[in-house]
Write a new protein. Sequence first.
Length: 386
Amino acid sequence: MNVGECYLGWSTKDEVREKGASGGLVTSVLAAALEKGLVEKVLVLKKISEYDAEPIITDSVDEVLESAGSLHAVPVGLSKKLGLQLTRLGKKIATVGKPCDVRGMYEMALRDQINIDNTYIVGLNCGGTMPPILTRKMLREVYEIDPEEVVEEEIAKGELIFKTKDGKEIAKKIDELEEMGYGRRENCRYCFVKIPTNADLACGNWGVPKAKQGQATFVEVCSEKGIELLENAVNAGYIELESASEKGINARKKVEQAMIDLASKWREELLPSIPDEERLSFYIKELEDCIGCGACKTVCPVCACGDDSKCTTMISELDNHKISLYHLIRFLHIMDSCVACGMCTDVCPAEIKMSQLQARFSLPFQEEKEYVAGMTLEKPPFFEVR
């Protein structure tokens, strides 16, 4: 087995294979790593419902196996969940992660928040996640089904498919849903990193042949740690592998490019250019409802400055500026490091689209510097912790 090779794989455990979105390979790889001592802890999502889940760090193989299955309507950020106490103190941990999660982990590693050498990352291909509240509304109004009747969701061939308790499957085209204001979170629509090749393994259903769709995972080996994970799972009897075909590899590339092309379209629509003379008034208007809670800073995987940071110490609660320096400093401070995870928008109680505002700084800057944040341990162009 070598870095760069691609395989089709599936769990040897019937219950995991049936419950998993694509044959349960990811879950079984994590469980095997824990059982055989390759890692000491695993970070997974503990499902509460189709619209809610709790990130847990566990040393229980049973809890890992129970986590099988995808949750497209649970946009949880996992980067900060790893925590200092597990990786910096020498503990080995395995985790799953969407591309933005993995990019966030790399940015945290640059800030000494994670020891990436002790972290085994199983990356998940991602076309985007959905906001849970809006998804429930979409199910009632567009799909005409009770959200509580949904037992599984799937994205395949440009369609968003929901399965109900009575065995029905209802599919709608994602493009049409998004034109109606439903579907993926807006930051996911213009994200252009779809396959997390910066992880140790990059897994998903793109490239799986028709006969094995839903029953197998396409996995690319991206590092020596990725080889360890797969070989350990095979030797432990948790998974079976076969080499991916050239046709499958090309099909995966084709899907990835189609998603990137779609992201370019959405970027033009969601982030239209603003004339120079209108920019200040635009940002004043967009940020006028800010209550100064700091939630966007707290949840950001890039922010490692703590309380003694520029954005909080260089302003006064008594200032009467129409636009707070807090936001302007943050926009500039992390524009070379933002990974477009969208968590700042998700947690904002004033419903300000913080991720889009940050993207207006981050995307053009990173393109100008030919740098994609969080893809490697290369330091960002203007790297500093404070």
